[in-house]
Design a protein. Structure first.
Length: 150
C-alpha cells in the first residue's frame, strides 16, 4: 500500500483527476482542519500520495458521519493525535469536481505525531511563505489568516 501511494504522486496531475472522476461518487463531501500556532503559522501535512505533497489536514466523510466527527477521526487516523473543533469556518464548493469541503478551525489537544501511510510529516509554515501546494488551499489559508473568513 505504501509503495502504491508513493508511486501515485509521480503520475501526471491529469491522471489524478481522471482517476478521481472514474472511481469516486458523483458528489463527494470532505472535511478539513486549519490549525494555527501562537505565531500565526499554519499546520500542514506532507502527504505521501499527492503530486504537491504539502497540504491542509483533510479527508472524506464516511457514510452517515457528521462532519465535525469526520475531521476528528481523519486527523487521528493520519497522525495518532487528537484535535478539538473550535468553530466552523466555511463550506467550499468545487463545481468542476462536484465536491463540498467543510472547513473547521481546530486546535491540537493531545497525542504525539506518528507517521501513517498517508502522512509522513507535519510542520507549521508562515502563511506568507507556504510550500508548493494546491492553489485553492493556499488561498483558503491566506483568507482565514487575514480575517476575510472568520
Amino acid at each position: 500500500m505504501k509503495l502504491l501511494l508513493r508511486l501515485w504522486r509521480f503520475l501526471p496531475i491529469w491522471v489524478h483527476f481522471l482517476a478521481a472522476k472514474l472511481v469516486r461518487a458523483k458528489f463527494r463531501a470532505a472535511v478539513a482542519a486549519l490549525i494555527f500556532d501562537e505565531q500565526g503559522r499554519v499546520l500542514l501535512f506532507k502527504h505521501t500520495y499527492r503530486k504537491w505533497q504539502w497540504g491542509i489536514p483533510a479527508g472524506s466523510l464516511e457514510h452517515r458521519e457528521q462532519p465535525a466527527d469526520a475531521i476528528l477521526r481523519e486527523f487521528h487516523e493520519e497522525t495518532s493525535m487528537q484535535i478539538e473543533v473550535k468553530k466552523l469556518l466555511t463550506v467550499l464548493s468545487a463545481r468542476e469536481d462536484h465536491h463540498l469541503t467543510v472547513v473547521y478551525l481546530c486546535k491540537i489537544v493531545g497525542g504525539e505525531f506518528k507517521p501513517s501511510n498517508e502522512v509522513s510529516e507535519m510542520k507549521y509554515f508562515d502563511v506568507n511563505d507556504l510550500p508548493q501546494m494546491l492553489f485553492a488551499e493556499k488561498d483558503l489559508i491566506r483568507q482565514v489568516a487575514s480575517g476575510a473568513i472568520s
